[in-house]
Ligand binder design. Structure first.
Ligand SMILES: [Zn+2]
Length: 93
């Protein structure tokens, strides 16, 4: 991976963190909900869903190639972030 790619990946993770914070605000601490926010990166709609078991958030911008992530806790109730930026399609829910 080139230095430039690494920087882009770093920025992408920063955007994802930011978007995830917005989703959390929008969900207001509720679990098992899904909704839509304005994508902080491109301004279109970004869909998200909060896991009912551990509050982890999945999110995907409607613009292809924009923000998309899966947050995975290591165990139930664990909020440790393991952010996987991915280009896979589909929802794990
Ligand atoms: Zn976007």
């Amino acid at each position: 991976m080139s230095e430039q790619n690494r920087r882009m990946e770093h920025e992408r993770l920063g955007s994802i963190n930011h978007a995830m914070g917005l989703c959390r605000e929008d969900a207001k601490g509720r679990l098992g909900v899904s909704g839509k926010i304005g994508c902080p990166s491109c301004g279109t709609a970004l869909r998200y869903a909060v896991s009912v078991t551990n509050g982890c958030i999945w999110g995907k911008c409607e613009t292809g190639g924009c923000l998309e992530w899966i947050e995975q806790g290591e165990s139930e109730g664990c909020h440790t972030r393991c952010i996987k930026s991915t280009t896979e399609t589909g929802s794990p829910m």
